[in-house]
Design a protein around this ligand. Sequence first.
Ligand code: PEP
Ligand code: MN
Length: 366
Amino acid sequence: MPQTRIQELRREVDQINLEILRLLSERGHLAQEIGTIQSSLGMSQYDPKRELEMLEMLVDANNGPFDDSTIKSLFKSIFQASMVTSQAAEKPKFLSSRAAREDTVVMIGDVAVGNGHSPVLVAGPCAIESYEQVDLTAEFVASRGVKLFRGGAFKPRTNPYSFQGLGEQALRWAREACDKHGLYFIAEIMDARDLDLCLDYVDVLQIGARNSQNFTLLREVGKTDRPVLLKRGLSSTIEEWIMSAEYVLSEGNPNVILCERGIRTYEQYTRNTLDISAVALAKLETHLPVMVDATHSGGRRDLLVPLTKAGLAAGADGVMVEVHPNPAVALSDQKQQMDFDQFDDYLEAVGYDKKLSAHRHEVYGF
Ligand code: PEP
Ligand code: MN
């Protein structure tokens, strides 16, 4: 008999559990609605006075068997849970967030970047200076299996009297050399007014560090479907960098590759400080491919190998380096570009190994 009674009571308890759950859910929805209104009014969602009033009301109504402190502690847990839910409901959902979708793979022609594909290497001169220079470099890096060629036609220079790049002429030369040697071409766009021009020549639109928060430019490249290599700003926080990517994504272009290129710190031994945690964090926080620009981050040839290895160890999907036939006479970044022999040594030192990719071409992969 007592066994049957226990079973009966347990069934009642089960029903009450379900009823409490239903009420908790209802309460949670109400709290979410209140939270939404409060944040639209710029009000804080934590209101200790209101919590105290609710606890007093509950203690007054408490008829046992639980004592007042137990009731208080149970309800404090409910208040806490409701606040977390209402804040989560208010947290904006970004297109760039890891939670938004599975890992993005950006296709540059037949080269896949991101989501565990072999890291890619981008190589080429800082700036395109002549047809001979771009043709020689393109031929050389292509002979080493590189598929992605870089070279600036519009150069963002601190000093307005420094070499500014050769504009359309440079784009034309580089396009010709890339087509001749089977390379994809990456070049920086500095001004939204050059978009149509750049679209005629480049496979990847690079947004430079100095334009990382040029929101007009970000929106314009976001209206295309061309892959975008988005450098981190000179002093951008990781959030600012990710929000810049969000600008491009929000206009409908999903093909964004983030590129950590070092940030400004007090350190003088390097041009910038490669923020290796930013590489790992960008991979954790977003679903976008992340690259490391080993050249501009350190600003030193002797750091290219360790910074490349560090970037790859942190999960980078690719690395960018500058290569020039004769860096000593380069019109920009003489100190950090590699000549062809140095590039060969670099490839060997970073363990860049010839292997057959999933694609038709033989490419190098780390
Ligand atoms: C570049 O890659 O040519 C360049 C100017 O880099 P950053 O914008 O990162 O300085
Ligand atoms: Mn450069």
